[in-house]
Design a protein around this ligand. Structure first.
Ligand SMILES: [Fe+2]
Length: 172
């Protein structure tokens, strides 16, 4: 059973395109424009390898809904074409950051509010996950155990995330 789940996870991962940041993308940026309604958030962190050393130049694609849970302009909500997004490359010390607003749950859903991350670097397996927020009533115990989710606290408008990349699987 576990093998089957692993295989399905690999298929799901490979089916999702890796949106790659331009080589000269900055390490800090803005997901939501300055006038975007919502609670302001600063999200920052590092990309490191399994041994804790910084990964420079990792590509980060970050996207989210607006505060009402829409990816587009309400009522449009296509997660393949989100309005609030940015592309970053981690700095020499692995660091990255962006300014945004706190997203909302999808309308009429029990999905927790979340920020999507697609992270890729040469020599490492890509990581696709979402930050969800401590205190959100829709965060489940299963999500806390699932590496596709990272449950993070918001402290004085700040959220931090340490992204650990595993080694790329060997070439077939
Ligand atoms: Fe989403």
């Amino acid at each position: 059973m576990q093998m089957l789940l692993c295989a399905l996870a690999v298929i799901a991962l490979s089916a999702q395109p890796i949106h790659e940041a331009p080589a000269d993308a900055p390490s800090s940026g803005r997901v939501a424009p300055a006038g975007e309604p919502g609670e302001r958030l600063t999200v920052s962190g590092v990309v490191v390898s399994a041994d804790g050393s910084p990964v420079r130049g990792a590509s980060l694609y970050v996207y989210q809904t607006d505060r009402e849970g829409y990816y587009g302009v309400k009522p449009a909500s296509d997660n393949r074409n989100p309005r609030l997004k940015t592309f970053l490359r981690s700095a020499a010390d692995g660091s990255w950051s962006f300014e945004t607003i706190r997203p909302g749950s999808y309308p009429n859903s029990r999905a927790p509010a979340h920020i999507h991350f697609v992270v890729a670097a040469r020599g490492f397996a890509p990581r696709i996950f979402e930050i969800v927020f401590e205190g959100d009533p829709f965060v489940t115990a299963d999500m806390r155990r699932n590496p596709a989710f990272s449950v993070r606290a918001i402290q004085s408008g700040r959220v931090t995330e340490r992204i650990v990349l595993g080694a790329a699987p060997p070439e077939p």
